[in-house]
Write a protein that binds this ligand. Structure first.
Ligand code: LIP
Length: 277
């Protein structure tokens, strides 16, 4: 049966490219912006339009499959991963960037069967870079093979993270404390680019050593986790244990040593799980 997933992946690539075209056009125009969980958790009419485009196209091809989408979940649909083949979709990752026309904007489509991630497609649509990986078949950007950094020394690391939607004083204190700890450990640098999926693609590409975040969602990790693993990297929970797609936290790194080192240094920010209801 795993032979079928290659065909599903081709469908994902095709629809990601179509979605990317819509986003490339929409970024040139005024955006209608509203907020979700907080005043900095943004959504636009293009997020909804693109999610509908992706899900309706895939559902027509694969009517028995399940779908988890960022905007469907925000609208109250259950976010629950079962053994059924499941598409995990972020129509616009980097919505805040999209609103500001900052170019780190991507479409992310992950696919899981029996709760195992099978492939991931991330389209950095404003730069036309297509990241793809299928379990056991390697990771690629525009057809070129990706390879993670093999660095194990934290003091030689470039680290990526994202801020997340919670901005209350306690969250900010822990967030800034985590950053401060890495800066005091003399990492080469810390970057916040505004798109979790594209930051994770940089880990796969070996352009940065590690990524960590509290507060991201399953649709930010699903596709990227396959791409990083197929590029030789590690994706784990911030506790150091195995990745839990629904736990809203992640550490990704080129090497196991680097991932563990990062995880050990993090103080936890608690977010409600994606599958809490
Ligand atoms: C967002 C990411 C951002 C991350 C947030 C959120 P959205 O996704 O792009 O980098 O910090 O947790 O998941 O809302 O733009 O799709």
């Amino acid at each position: 049966p795993s032979a079928n997933w290659g065909e599903c992946m081709e469908a994902a690539v095709e629809i990601a490219r179509k979605a990317g075209q819509v986003i490339r056009e929409a970024v040139k125009h005024d955006k209608c912006v509203t907020t979700k969980s907080s005043a900095v958790d943004l959504v636009t009419e293009t997020d909804h339009l693109v999610e509908n485009l992706i899900i309706s196209s895939l559902r027509a091809k694969y009517p028995s499959h399940s779908f988890i989408g960022e905007e469907s979940s925000a609208a109250g649909e259950k976010c629950c991963l079962t053994d059924n083949p499941t598409w995990i979709i972020d129509p616009i990752d980097g919505t805040c960037n999209f609103v500001h026309s900052f170019p780190m904007v991507a479409v992310s489509i992950g696919f899981a069967v029996n709760k195992e991630l099978e492939f991931g497609v991330i389209y950095h649509c404003l730069e036309e870079n297509l990241y793809t990986a299928r379990k056991g078949h390697g990771a690629f950007c525009n057809g070129l093979k990706l390879q993670v950094s093999k660095e194990t020394d934290l003091s030689k690391a470039l680290i990526l993270t994202e801020i997340g939607a919670k901005r209350d004083p306690e969250t900010l204190k822990i967030f800034l404390g985590n950053m401060e700890r890495f800066l005091k450990a003399h990492v080469h640098g810390i970057r916040v680019i505004g798109s979790a999926t594209l930051a994770l693609c940089q880990i796969a590409a070996g352009a940065a050593e590690a990524y960590y975040q509290f507060g991201l969602h399953c649709w930010d990790i699903a596709a990227a986790a396959v791409i990083i693993r197929e590029a030789g990297g590690n994706v784990i929970d911030t506790s150091g244990g195995p990745l839990d797609l629904m736990s809203r936290r992640v550490v990704a790194a080129g090497t196991q040593e680097m991932a563990n080192h990062i995880a050990q240094m993090l103080e936890t920010i608690t977010y409600e799980r994606d599958d809490y209801n």
